[in-house]
Design a protein around this ligand. Structure first.
Ligand code: SAH
Length: 215
């Protein structure tokens, strides 16, 4: 079987076995998973596991998140074609690539220089022109764009209520895994004018956030 057919089937199976049965409904999110090639975002030795139901090591003690987690976070962000999404934790670049199909532009920050280079290389394989990757402490650097409308953090964070209330614009949404180093809960902050609403979803396990606001 040609590689393109093999990967098409792997992506289709990922939708049918991992995303749809767990409740991912947004057709735009499902289409993005068919468009973006996850095998372009994992190290060569893990290519054969690229579409499996698990996180995969990408070096430097970091991982590319499990596909379902990427889908759930993407769906919760309620992205549209006019939005710019800020991502903290580029990692492999896969989540940024998925989001780039769902919004106008993605600006993503990665703490580890080598990973920011890995992600940029992966993203260029997909010919995406609306993703920018920067190296540095994301939550610190994000302040210059404040207020932001859409924010996703893909590393475990301590309670960030104050930071998030301050950085989000009047109708902003932020999705992040909040908790301690050993376990977190996926949360969504929605700002409605001055008020902030916080919803909690399911338990999860991410690598810890580094830098000024991290652990
Ligand atoms: N979204 C990624 C997975 C991210 S893993 C993907 O799709 O592959 C979390 C990443 O967050 C790691 O690469 C880690 O280096 C990065 N990170 C941790 N703290 C950070 C910070 N303060 N600023 C930017 N990146 C950070």
């Amino acid at each position: 079987m040609a590689d393109t057919d093999k990967y098409f089937l792997s992506k289709k199976r990922l939708l049918e076995e991992q995303l749809i049965p767990r409740g991912i409904k947004d057709k735009r999110v499902l289409d993005a998973f068919m468009k973006i090639n996850r095998h372009n975002f994992v190290p060569e030795e893990y290519k054969k596991f690229a579409y499996d139901d698990r996180p995969i090591p990408i070096g430097y003690g970091q991982t590319i998140s499990q596909p379902y987690m990427v889908a759930a976070m993407s769906e919760l962000l309620l992205l549209n074609n006019r939005d710019t999404l800020f991502e903290i934790g580029t990692g492999s670049g896969y989540q940024a690539a998925i989001a780039s199909v769902l919004c106008k532009k993605v600006i993503s920050y990665e703490y580890v220089k080598e990973l920011s280079e890995f992600a940029s290389k992966n993203i260029s394989k997909e010919n995406l022109i609306n993703v920018q990757v920067f190296c540095g402490d994301g939550l610190r650097l994000l302040k210059k764009y404040s207020p932001v409308k859409r924010l996703v953090i893909t590393a475990a964070t301590p309670d960030l209520d104050d930071y998030i209330s301050e950085i989000l614009d009047e109708t902003g949404i932020a999705v992040l895994p909040e908790g301690d180093i050993t376990s977190q809960v996926l949360v969504r902050y929605i700002k409605i004018y001055r008020k902030i609403k916080k919803e909690t979803f399911f338990g999860c396990l991410f690598v810890p956030l580094k830098g000024k606001y991290g652990f």
